[in-house]
Design a protein around this ligand. Sequence first.
Ligand code: ZN
Length: 211
Amino acid sequence: MRAEAVAKIEKLAGPATRKRVDRARLALAVREILLAIGDDPERSGLRETPERVADLYADLFAGIGADPADELAESIADEEERASGVILVRDIPFHSVCEHHLLPFSGVAHVGYLPNGHVVGLGKLARVVDTCARRLQIQERLTRQIADAVERGVRPRAVGVIVEASHLCMAMRGLKTVGATVTTSELRGEFATDPVARAEFVTLARAKCDE
Ligand SMILES: [Zn+2]
């Protein structure tokens, strides 16, 4: 963006805070987009749109500046059960936003680990996925950030994350990829070094309930 244009916007909206989503600034920017595409922000259907989009973005980007590993702070010392096999949560749904086109990509994440004396509530893994998804993302980094959080939060022997998603920017730009899904994976610890552990994780992650 040209420096003069940035200066003009900052004169109107004040300097960026880079903390929480700044709704007033966002509403102003959305109004600019409406003008820039040649529409009329004053017509009745668009009058509330800048504020509505600002509220929506505050929700979509609530994960910016949040640490997903915080969700795992209360891992449970597993002294009685001594769980040693793969713990996996399949098909965690998520919606994120592609940072190249500001369009959604959505799908599911499969998140598993090999415990090392600590386990976490299964719902917490879904919270980690949600926090990582509520940022501007590319799918590869989303996958890595989920693995990072589980690695830091649970300190397991292995972490595996598989993300399957479809990208609206691919479908809408007519790239003839409607319905195509992109799969990314991140394998750490024993899932990276031990073929038997890796095979168990991948088999469980791919298994459908009805198979
Ligand atoms: Zn995109």
